[in-house]
Write a protein that binds this ligand. Structure first.
Ligand SMILES: [Zn+2]
Length: 84
Protein backbone atom coordinates (compact mmCIF):
# COMPACT_ATOMS: atom_id res chain seq x y z
CA UNK A 1 0.00 0.00 0.00
CA UNK A 2 1.40 3.31 -1.01
CA UNK A 3 0.33 6.88 -0.89
CA UNK A 4 -0.60 8.51 -4.14
CA UNK A 5 1.86 11.15 -5.19
CA UNK A 6 0.92 11.64 -8.81
CA UNK A 7 -1.98 10.88 -11.07
CA UNK A 8 -0.15 7.91 -12.55
CA UNK A 9 1.04 4.61 -11.15
CA UNK A 10 4.66 4.81 -9.97
CA UNK A 11 5.16 1.12 -10.75
CA UNK A 12 4.07 0.97 -14.36
CA UNK A 13 2.92 4.46 -15.31
CA UNK A 14 -0.63 3.25 -15.77
CA UNK A 15 -3.77 5.21 -15.03
CA UNK A 16 -5.11 5.09 -11.48
CA UNK A 17 -8.80 5.20 -10.68
CA UNK A 18 -10.56 5.83 -7.41
CA UNK A 19 -12.79 2.99 -6.35
CA UNK A 20 -14.05 1.06 -3.37
CA UNK A 21 -11.88 -1.94 -2.66
CA UNK A 22 -11.66 -4.87 -0.26
CA UNK A 23 -8.47 -6.11 1.28
CA UNK A 24 -7.56 -8.99 3.55
CA UNK A 25 -4.73 -8.68 6.01
CA UNK A 26 -3.07 -11.51 7.90
CA UNK A 27 -1.03 -11.49 11.06
CA UNK A 28 0.10 -14.56 13.00
CA UNK A 29 -2.47 -16.69 11.22
CA UNK A 30 -5.38 -14.38 11.95
CA UNK A 31 -7.19 -12.80 9.07
CA UNK A 32 -9.12 -9.58 9.03
CA UNK A 33 -10.91 -8.04 6.11
CA UNK A 34 -11.73 -4.44 5.41
CA UNK A 35 -14.06 -3.74 2.54
CA UNK A 36 -15.72 -0.82 0.85
CA UNK A 37 -12.97 1.68 1.49
CA UNK A 38 -11.91 4.11 -1.19
CA UNK A 39 -8.47 3.98 -2.70
CA UNK A 40 -6.76 4.61 -6.00
CA UNK A 41 -6.10 1.48 -8.00
CA UNK A 42 -3.87 1.16 -11.05
CA UNK A 43 -5.91 -0.06 -14.00
CA UNK A 44 -2.86 -1.86 -15.39
CA UNK A 45 -1.00 -3.56 -12.56
CA UNK A 46 -3.49 -3.28 -9.70
CA UNK A 47 -1.18 -1.42 -7.33
CA UNK A 48 -3.17 0.28 -4.57
CA UNK A 49 -2.55 3.87 -3.52
CA UNK A 50 -4.00 6.03 -0.81
CA UNK A 51 -4.31 9.74 -0.56
CA UNK A 52 -1.79 11.30 1.84
CA UNK A 53 -2.80 10.25 5.34
CA UNK A 54 -5.25 7.66 4.04
CA UNK A 55 -2.92 4.72 4.54
CA UNK A 56 -2.52 5.62 8.22
CA UNK A 57 -6.30 5.51 8.70
CA UNK A 58 -6.52 2.12 7.03
CA UNK A 59 -3.59 0.81 9.08
CA UNK A 60 -5.30 2.03 12.25
CA UNK A 61 -8.58 0.34 11.32
CA UNK A 62 -6.76 -2.90 10.48
CA UNK A 63 -4.88 -2.83 13.78
CA UNK A 64 -8.19 -2.38 15.62
CA UNK A 65 -9.64 -5.38 13.77
CA UNK A 66 -6.60 -7.45 14.71
CA UNK A 67 -6.99 -6.40 18.34
CA UNK A 68 -10.62 -7.52 18.21
CA UNK A 69 -9.75 -10.78 16.49
CA UNK A 70 -7.06 -11.63 19.05
CA UNK A 71 -9.26 -10.59 21.99
CA UNK A 72 -12.07 -12.81 20.78
CA UNK A 73 -9.65 -15.58 19.81
CA UNK A 74 -11.25 -15.77 16.42
CA UNK A 75 -8.24 -17.52 14.99
CA UNK A 76 -10.36 -19.75 12.81
CA UNK A 77 -12.50 -17.04 11.34
CA UNK A 78 -12.11 -13.73 9.67
CA UNK A 79 -13.04 -10.49 11.34
CA UNK A 80 -14.30 -8.02 8.81
CA UNK A 81 -15.48 -4.45 8.69
CA UNK A 82 -17.42 -2.93 5.88
CA UNK A 83 -17.44 0.76 5.10
CA UNK A 84 -20.04 2.66 3.16
ZN1 LIG B 1 0.55 0.21 -12.29
Amino acid sequence: MKELMKSACSECGGQVKRKAISQEFEKEGVKVKLSGFKAWVCTQCGEIYFEPGGAAHVAHAVNCLFALAFAERQHKGTVSAHLG
